[in-house]
Structure formats: structure tokens, C-alpha cells
Ligand binder design. Structure first.
Ligand code: AMP
Ligand code: ZN
Length: 117
């Protein structure tokens, strides 16, 4: 199955609890956890539990979980009282992706610059 979990994937291991993480939200489809190397006072990641490599692998067969991720982003930021934030998903090495499991960075708590580096 194309979107099965990848036993060698770091974030699949976090989903399975094989690697500890500071989870801020979890449901049957998604997990949100604090980034281990925060780039802002608030920095957490939202991921689908299924293994999708990046934004470049989203299609009609798996896009429902992507909208769920954005519902989670909205819910978690609201519950944190965070109103101003940035959502980033790096796709591919040149864009800065280091973990090949789809994830959305949520960054907040400091001024952001544009364009991003
Ligand atoms: P990217 O470089 O866009 O692929 O983002 C991957 C993110 O995962 C980076 O911001 C890392 O700091 C973060 N990261 C890597 N390993 C862990 C981990 N074990 N727990 C939480 N975040 C992690
Ligand atoms: Zn994975």
C-alpha cells in the first residue's frame, strides 16, 4: 500500500511511540508535537499518521488527511491562544526538507521575515 507506514521513517517511529516526543495533540489521523530544535518560541509540527513523503505526494487518494492537519493547526493554535503564526512545509532537499514524512511546521511568538531564506 502506497501510504503505509515506513519502518525506517523517523516520524513514523514517533507515530508508533518508538521515539519519544512532546505530543501536543493526537487523534486517529494526525499527531502534533513540539519540534526538537525550535526556531521560534512556539514551534510544533503537525503530521499525518500515514506515511506521505512530502507535499509532492499529495493526491486525491490521501488529501483528506491534509485538510485534517490544517484543522489540527487551527484547533491547537486557538487552544494555545496563538493568533499570529506561520505554517511551513519544506518539500525536497533544496527547500530544506530533512525528514521525508509530510509535516507542517507551525511557528509563532516572534516577528517573521519575508521572503523566507
Ligand atoms: P524539515 O527540515 O522541514 O524536514 O523539518 C524537520 C523538522 O523535524 C526539523 O525542524 C527538526 O528539528 C525536527 N525533528 C527532527 N527530529 C525530531 C524529533 N525526534 N522530534 C521532534 N522534532 C524533530
Ligand atoms: Zn513516515
Amino acid at each position: 500500500m502506497r501510504n503505509a507506514q515506513d519502518p525506517n521513517c523517523l516520524f513514523c517511529k514517533i507515530v508508533k511511540g518508538e521515539i519519544p516526543s512532546k505530543i501536543v495533540y493526537e487523534d486517529e489521523k494526525c499527531v502534533a508535537f513540539h519540534d526538537i530544535d525550535p526556531q521560534a518560541p512556539t514551534h510544533f509540527l503537525v503530521i499525518p499518521k500515514v506515511h506521505i513523503g512530502s507535499c509532492g505526494e499529495i493526491d486525491g487518494s490521501n488529501s483528506l488527511v491534509v485538510s485534517r492537519c490544517f484543522e489540527v493547526i487551527s484547533k491547537v493554535t486557538r487552544e494555545m491562544g496563538v493568533t499570529d503564526f506561520r505554517v511551513v512545509s519544506n518539500c525536497g532537499a533544496q527547500a530544506g526538507q530533512s525528514v521525508p514524512h509530510l509535516h507542517f511546521h507551525v511557528l509563532a511568538g516572534r516577528d517573521m521575515t519575508w521572503p523566507p531564506g
